[in-house]
Design a protein around this ligand. Structure first.
Ligand code: GLU
Length: 508
C-alpha cells in the first residue's frame, strides 16, 4: 500500500433523484483513492437546497453505492466522528461560521430584493455590461450593510428584513491551485461574484457548506467533476478568510454523449431506443438492463482513467482497480461514453465469472422458459461452454435451447450454404463411426470426424458445418466437439438422423 498520511476523501452528492454516471465515477475514484492509500472514504449528503429536495433520493443513492460495493467508512448509515453527514442537519454550524466571517469583515449582509437586483442588472446592461456581477462593480450602490450605518443595520435586522450573507470578494486578487489533474490553474477575483453564503431561509449555499465541512471533516483531497472547477477561487478565498489550509484538489474530466453533448436524462426514453448520439446517464438503467456490476464499475473507471502508457489492459475488477488506480493517470480531456465498449466489457466479465454463480443466476430464467428438470452437472457443463459467448447472462436462455431440446427448426440460409451433395453420406459415415466409440469425448469425436473426412478426401469443414446445423439448428455456437460431448452420443445420433430427414426438404 502506498502511504500518504491520513487520506480522507469524500463523495458529496446533492441527491437529485437518480445517480448519474458521472456521480458514480466521482464516488468510485474517491473510493479507489482511499483504498489505495489506506485512507477513509466518506459519504456526505449535500442536501441544503430545499427547493431541489426529492423524496427517497438519498436512500436510492446509498443503495446504488452499496450495490456497487463502494461502501463508505463514514456516512449517514455508518456514522463516524465527524457527523452528522447530512448537511441539512448542520445548519447551525454554517450559521456560526457565516457569523465569524461577518465579524471579521469578510462578509456582509445584503437586503436587496429580487426587484432591486433586477433593476441593477438593467442599469448594468444599459451601460454596456451584459453580465453584471454582484461584486466591487456594484456593491457600493446596493442595499447592503457596507452602505449602512450600524444603526440602520441594527434597525433592518430588528425589523426582520430578509437578508442573505455575501462574501466580500476583494478586487484584483489572483487565486491559484495546483490541481492534481489539471496542473496549475489561476483565477482572477474579478470573475467572481460576492457569493451568497447564507440564504434568507438560513440555509447555507453549496460554497459555504462545502468548505466548512471539508475543513471540519478533515478532508485531505477533494476529488470531483470538472464542473466544480469554477468554484475553486471562491473556496480558496473562504479557506483564506477562515485561516484554514485548503485540501488538495483534483478535478475529473467531463463525460459526454457520443455526439459531444452533455449527458441528460431528458434525452432518454428507454435504453432499447436511444436517440442517435445519446446515452442514458442514469446508472440504474444499466443495472436494470442486466449489465454486470463488475463491467459497469470497470467501464466507469475507464471514463477518464487508464492504467498507463503502453499498458493496454482494459479488464479490471474492483480490487484490481484499487491496485492500479492513481490520479496521475486521470486524463485532462473529456471522456466520451461508448456503449459498445461497455457491452464488450460485459462479455469479458461474464467470461471471468465462475460457472456456479452464473448457474444460480440463470436458474429462475431457465425455469421461466420451461427448462424445469435440468440436472445441475449438465447445466454446469452447458454454462461452461456458453460462458464466453454471452454479452448478457440472459442470452444463455435465448441461445442455449439446443442443450435441452432437439431443434425444431433449422437456419435455412446456413442449410443452403452448407448442405451439399455429399453431406448425407459424410454424416451417415460419421454417425456409424461414433456409434462404435466407447468413450464419447471431444478428443475422440474430433479424431473420428477427421478420419471420416480424410477417407472421403474431404476437409473437416465439410462435415463440421452441416453437423452443427443438424445437431443445434443454428450455424454458430461453442466448440463443436465439446458441445457434442456434453449433448451425449444418443442425442447426437438422434439429431443427425432427424436433420438428415428434414434439412434436405428445406433446400429443395
Ligand atoms: N454537492 C456537489 C455535487 O452535487 C458536490 C461538489 C463537490 O464535490 O464539491 O456534486
Amino acid at each position: 500500500m502506498n502511504s500518504l498520511t491520513n487520506v480522507r476523501v469524500r463523495f458529496a452528492p446533492s441527491p437529485t433523484g437518480f445517480v448519474h454516471i458521472g456521480g458514480l465515477r466521482t464516488a468510485l475514484y474517491n473510493y479507489l483513492y482511499a483504498r489505495k492509500h489506506g485512507g477513509t472514504f466518506i459519504l456526505r449528503i449535500e442536501d441544503t437546497d430545499r427547493e431541489r429536495f426529492v423524496e427517497g433520493a438519498t436512500e436510492n443513492l446509498i443503495s446504488v453505492l452499496e450495490w456497487a460495493g463502494l461502501v463508505p467508512d463514514e456516512g449517514p448509515r455508518q456514522g463516524g466522528n465527524y457527523g452528522p453527514y447530512f448537511q441539512s442537519q448542520r445548519t447551525e454550524i454554517y450559521q456560526k461560521y457565516a457569523r465569524e466571517l461577518l465579524d471579521k469583515g469578510f462578509a456582509y449582509y445584503a437586503f436587496d430584493t429580487p426587484e432591486e437586483i433586477e433593476a441593477a442588472r438593467q442599469r448594468a446592461r444599459q451601460s454596456g455590461n451584459q453580465f453584471m456581477k454582484y461584486n466591487f462593480t456594484i456593491r457600493h450602490e446596493m442595499s447592503n450593510s457596507l452602505n449602512m450605518t450600524p444603526q440602520a443595520l441594527r434597525a433592518a435586522l430588528d425589523a426582520g428584513k430578509p437578508y442573505v450573507i455575501r462574501l466580500l470578494v476583494p478586487e484584483g486578487r489572483q487565486f491559484e491551485v495546483d490541481d492534481e489533474i489539471r496542473g496549475r490553474v489561476v483565477f482572477d477575483s474579478r470573475e467572481i461574484d460576492d457569493q451568497v453564503l447564507l440564504k434568507s431561509d438560513g440555509f447555507p449555499t453549496y460554497h459555504l457548506a462545502n468548505v466548512v465541512d471539508d475543513h471540519l471533516m478533515e478532508i485531505s483531497h477533494v476529488i470531483r467533476g470538472e464542473e466544480w472547477l469554477s468554484s475553486v477561487p471562491k473556496h480558496l478565498l473562504l479557506y483564506e478568510c477562515f485561516g484554514w489550509t485548503p485540501p488538495h484538489m483534483a478535478h475529473l474530466p467531463l463525460i459526454f454523449n457520443p455526439d459531444g453533448s452533455k449527458m441528460s436524462k431528458r434525452d432518454i426514453q428507454s435504453l432499447d431506443e436511444l436517440p442517435s448520439g445519446k446515452v442514458d446517464p442514469d446508472v440504474a438503467s444499466y443495472i436494470r438492463k442486466g449489465y454486470e456490476k463488475a463491467a459497469i464499475i470497470n467501464y466507469i473507471a475507464l471514463l477518464g482513467w487508464n492504467p498507463g502508457e503502453g499498458d493496454d489492459r482494459q479488464v479490471f475488477d474492483l480490487p484490481e482497480l484499487v491496485q492500479e488506480f492513481s490520479l496521475q493517470r486521470v486524463n485532462k480531456s473529456a471522456a466520451i461514453f461508448d456503449l459498445k465498449k461497455l457491452q464488450w466489457l460485459n462479455k469479458e466479465h461474464i467470461m471471468r465469472r465462475d460457472v456456479a454463480s452464473l448457474m444460480e443466476e440463470l436458474k429462475p430464467a431457465l425455469r421461466k422458459a420451461g427448462y424445469t428438470d435440468v440436472a445441475d452437472d449438465y447445466l454446469a457443463r452447458a454454462v461452461g461452454l456458453m460462458r464466453e459467448r454471452l454479452y448478457f447472462t440472459e442470452d444463455f436462455v435465448k441461445l442455449a435451447g439446443y442443450f435441452f431440446n432437439d431443434p425444431t427448426s433449422y437456419d435455412e440460409q446456413a442449410a443452403q450454404k452448407r448442405w451439399q451433395e455429399d453431406t448425407p453420406e459424410l454424416l451417415r459415415q460419421f454417425a456409424e463411426a461414433i456409434r462404435k466409440l466407447d468413450t464419447f469425448t471431444a478428443g475422440a469425436i474430433e479424431e473420428t470426424l477427421r478420419q471420416v473426412a480424410e477417407a472421403h478426401n474431404s476437409s473437416g469443414g465439410k462435415l463440421i458445418h452441416p453437423l452443427r446445423l443438424a445437431v443445434t439448428g443454428v450455424s454458430v455456437g461453442p466448440g463443436l466437439f465439446e458441445l457434442l460431448e456434453v449433448l451425449g452420443k444418443e442425442t447426437v445420433l438422434r439429431r443427425i438422423d432427424r436433420g438428415m430427414e428434414i434439412i434436405p426438404k428445406l433446400i429443395s
